[in-house]
Design a binder for this molecule. Structure first.
Ligand SMILES: [Zn+2]
Length: 145
């Protein structure tokens, strides 16, 4: 079991859950769905528990107990379209729109270390955004950028 503490950089909300990799209780699922909602529209979507498994694995491997800062979780189609207009790095069919992606940084862990450890898990996609200092994680096919 892993204690995961999240801080959402846009809403200022904090969430702590005890996560057992491979298992997500109904209560924790509801908490994470709400916490990672589209903060621009308030829309809630089921979040893939595989994201929590990846984050737990990274924290176990790095012996990290730092707070997970969330930049982005679920994005509705309208929000994704809005972001696409403002940025070149936003995919048209983003896995954020399926609740299968999260953008994070973890306190007391450098983002390049986070990227390397996550990429070594080969559990999904890992994107490194050095300038904005965060890592995109998703449960799609294993790839890096
Ligand atoms: Zn992302």
């Amino acid at each position: 079991m892993q204690a995961l503490t999240f801080f959402h950089t846009h809403t200022g909300e904090q969430l702590q859950i005890n996560h057992v990799p491979g298992i997500l209780s109904v209560a924790n699922q509801a908490k994470i769905n709400t916490f990672l909602r589209d903060f621009r529209t308030g829309a809630i979507h089921p979040i893939d528990s595989g994201l929590l498994d990846i984050i737990s694995a990274v924290k176990t491997r790095t012996h990290n107990d730092g707070i997970i800062e969330v930049i982005s979780g679920y994005r509705s189609a309208e929000t994704n379209q809005l972001l696409q207009g403002n940025s070149t790095g936003v995919a048209k069919k983003s896995l954020h729109m399926k609740g299968q992606a999260i953008d994070i940084r973890i306190r007391n862990l450098s983002t390049c270390n986070l990227r390397d450890v996550a990429a070594n898990l080969r559990s999904g996609g890992v994107g490194y955004y050095a300038k904005s200092d965060f890592v995109h994680l998703d449960t799609g096919r294993s790839r890096t950028w």
